[in-house]
Write a protein that binds this ligand. Structure first.
Ligand SMILES: CC(C)(COP(=O)(O)OP(=O)(O)OC[C@H]1O[C@@H](n2cnc3c(N)ncnc32)[C@H](O)[C@@H]1OP(=O)(O)O)[C@@H](O)C(=O)NCCC(=O)NCCS
Length: 173
């Protein structure tokens, strides 16, 4: 587990699976992601088995003293040669807009730059996801570019925006 700023990220346990599935299948979550397939218990079980041994991605549960399940964190596209990693987080609907996202990304930056020794931390966000974009900008992530009209959602195409934060920029924060 990693603890910072009153938050903890810990490994995913079997007992978390129902809550993760509920969060992932909620329309307010999947509409913001690229893959929109709903997850059933059997396919989630297979996913849980796969992540035990995966070298290029990690998943963690976020918790604090008040809640043992605030949401989940993804760390994937882990590239040790180039010291690059992609991060992301989903918070349970009832806990959004309370500053958890800000605290989680503060923790993730600390973890990625000061412990995993990453050089570039990046993420991808749908152009219409204003809470997420605002959060990432405030956390110092800069737009690198965009996949134009890459995601079809709610009857129209949306750009998929790539943002990153470099080690030097993080050190200056
Ligand atoms: C994106 C997400 C992780 C942000 O977490 P959060 O805990 O809601 O974020 P915070 O409370 O720290 O707020 C971050 C910023 O977004 C703004 N914000 C929050 N909810 C908002 C809303 N509904 N509309 C517009 N802005 C909003 C906040 O005002 C804050 O900016 P501010 O500090 O200047 O006020 C969370 O909303 C979430 O899980 N969303 C659904 C899944 C998702 O979009 N995942 C990310 C995919 S890229």
């Amino acid at each position: 587990m990693f603890v910072y700023g009153g938050l903890t990220i810990r490994t995913v346990e079997e007992s978390d699976l129902d809550r993760i599935r509920l969060l992932r299948n909620d329309p307010s979550t999947w509409k913001m992601l690229t893959t929109i397939g709903f997850i059933d218990a059997a396919s989630q079980r297979a996913w849980f088995e796969r992540i035990q041994t995966a070298q290029d991605r990690r998943y963690y549960v976020i918790c604090d003293d008040d809640s043992d399940f605030i949401g989940i964190v993804r760390m994937d596209e882990i590239d040790p040669a180039n010291r690059s990693i992609r991060i992301g987080a989903d918070i349970v609907p009832g806990l959004r807009g309370r500053g958890y996202g800000t605290r989680i990304f503060t923790l993730l930056k600390k973890h990625c730059f000061d412990y995993l020794n990453m050089h570039r931390v990046w993420l991808a966000v749908l152009e219409g996801n204003e809470p997420a974009r605002r959060l990432y900008e405030k956390q110092g992530f800069r737009v690198e570019g965009r996949y134009r009209e890459a995601v079809f959602r709610d009857g129209s195409y949306h750009d998929y925006i790539i943002m990153s934060l470099l080690e030097e920029e993080y050190r200056k924060q």
